[in-house]
Design a protein around this ligand. Structure first.
Ligand code: FE2
Length: 189
């Protein structure tokens, strides 16, 4: 499930083809992968083994050389410090590719004069091309587990734009705390 807010539109979309069609014009690749390969408590190694075919195919398509599984929970040490690295507008010199295993988060993507917010959850595979101005934060439950692909073995580094645009956006996820479409009045073009 993806919630796409791209002012003046807000769409909550369940259908994978519809999501793909909505995100493709924005330059964002989207796929829906099944989640039934591994139990929720699978280790990172089990996850990587279970999705080996998809992982290798993605490596071929994007020239990615390494993958890992990131696991963030409310009890993760230095969680706020970690989140603060990515909740300010930045770019990367490589793609940001994520397959969400559990938890939810929002990518804010600065596209021309508008900002799209794309809320992703379990089963969503998203590829944000290198150079795209964006920022990311977790939803209220502060939880995400995802496979990440990297093109550079040194890992990926945020290059901050310093625009401050991110300060005008409130990360409202579609969850228990969701206030409905009126909440998007906090999100402006
Ligand atoms: Fe990023």
């Amino acid at each position: 499930m993806v919630v796409l807010r791209f002012p003046p539109d807000e769409r909550r979309m369940e259908d994978a083809d519809a999501i793909r069609a909505a995100l493709a014009p924005l330059g964002i690749d989207y796929e829906r992968w099944t989640l039934d390969r591994v139990p929720a408590d699978a280790t990172a190694e089990q996850v990587l083994a279970a999705y080996a075919d998809e992982i290798d195919e993605m490596k071929r398509r994007g020239g990615y050389v390494t993958v890992d599984v990131i696991d963030v929970q409310p009890g993760t040490p230095n969680l706020e410090v970690m989140l603060a690295k990515f909740d300010k507008e930045h770019t990367h010199s490589e793609d940001e590719v994520r397959f969400i295993l559990s938890g939810r988060g929002i990518f804010f993507l600065a596209l021309g004069e508008r900002v799209a917010s794309v809320e992703v959850g379990p089963g969503d595979m998203l590829r944000v091309p290198r150079g795209t101005r964006h920022w990311f934060t977790l939803c209220e439950d502060r939880r995400i587990r995802a496979i990440r692909w990297f093109q550079d073995t040194a890992g990926w580094t945020p290059h901050y734009t310093g625009s401050g645009i991110d300060r005008g956006y409130v990360p409202l996820c579609f969850g228990p705390a969701y206030l409905g479409p009126r909440a998007t009045t906090t999100i402006s073009a």
